[in-house]
Design a protein around this ligand. Structure first.
Ligand code: F6P
Ligand code: MN
Length: 321
């Protein structure tokens, strides 16, 4: 079985990108350790601070953000970073070739119940000019690498550099990521959906009708029964989709008219969309491919529908009516 180091050494990507991947992956091992110590390290619970999006930050949001920020700042390949936990973009190294967008601890509401959380990252090419927010506003199809590290019963890394998706599992004794899935392939059909059903009355009519038809199962137009899963951490739900198929959606809703979408484009939707597409699935807002969206600002939010290609197509047909 190949180690992550051996896999990266043999892959056909720039040396600078190899270095950056090592930085991200080594830091994720440290985060995995911090997360696993939980209450023993006094890292659970909230702080009194809010991020730019008005969410109360957990202690581990801040700790993991600082770990990644420091590690990336020390990596000369990195020109700048954008994080869910940073109001503005942060300059790193003037001559760096890459910009890194990340969610240091996705699903952090799961932290206090010892459930799934993860780190999501997206790597974009840096532009020549002086670093500003505008440098980051590139479509998701520009990503040169994307991935997540899931801190679950085992710590797993899913990675794409544009050549399919590989999964690695952290060996607890050697502390090495081992290649455990060389080519992830999402089944095209599924009987599993993931959505926060408590928002049902706030969705658009297209999503209402689609989900109603799933729930009707073999008594409705779909003629088969569906099961539902909701981990409340995108990283966990997308991992399930990559592992055995499914459809995951966080659609537009009118619950808070000032916030029609939940998930963030640059460090949640884009990296997950690239992983899903590189595994043979689809990722859309309902009206356009996630990877084709021209971002307007680093913390912008989007509707997300992703997963098994035939099922996502079916869902999109409801939106086209
Ligand atoms: O980062 C946002 C997020 O935590 C996602 O990981 C997750 O899918 C979603 O929010 C959960 O939202 P809800 O509170 O509606 O379950
Ligand atoms: Mn998140």
């Amino acid at each position: 079985m190949q180690t992550f180091t051996q896999y990266v050494a043999g892959s056909n990507i720039d040396t600078s990108l190899k270095q950056l991947l090592h930085t991200l992956v080594n830091t994720s091992k440290e985060i995995s350790k911090a997360v696993s110590h939980g209450a023993l390290a006094g890292v659970l619970g909230e702080t009194e601070q809010q991020n730019v999006q008005g969410e109360t930050q957990k202690k581990l949001d801040i700790i993991t953000n600082d770990m990644l920020k420091n590690a990336l700042d020390n990596d000369l390949t990195v020109k700048g970073i954008a994080s869910e936990e940073e109001d503005y973009v942060v300059a790193a190294n003037e001559n760096g070739q890459y910009l890194v967008c990340f969610d240091p601890l996705d699903g952090s509401s799961n932290i206090d119940i010892n459930s799934l959380v993860g780190t999501i990252f997206s790597v974009l090419p840096a532009t020549e000019d002086e670093l500003t927010e505008a440098s980051f506003l590139q479509k998701g199809c520009n990503q040169v690498a994307a991935g997540y590290v899931l801190y679950g019963p085992s710590t797993m890394l899913a990675l794409t550099t544009g050549n399919g998706v590989q999964m690695f599992t952290l060996h607890p004794e050697t502390n090495e990521f081992m290649l455990t899935e060389a080519q992830v392939a999402i089944p095209v059909d599924t009987k599993e959906f993931a959505i926060n059903m408590s928002n049902q009355r706030f969705w658009q009519p297209a999503m209402q009708t689609y989900i109603n038809d799933l729930i009707k199962g073999d008594t409705g137009v779909r003629q088969k029964n569906f099961n539902m899963r909701w981990i409340a951490a995108m990283v966990g739900d997308v991992h399930r989709v990559l592992s055995r198929g499914g459809i995951f959606t966080y659609p537009a809703d009118t619950k808070n008219p000032k916030k029609p979408f939940k998930l963030r484009l640059m460090y949640e939707a884009n990296p997950m969309a690239l992983l899903v597409e590189q595994s043979g699935g689809l990722a859309s807002t309902g009206y356009e491919n996630i990877l084709d969206i021209q971002p307007q600002e680093i913390h912008q939010r989007v509707a997300v529908i992703l997963g098994s290609s035939n099922e996502v197509e079916t869902c999109l047909n409801y939106h086209a009516l």
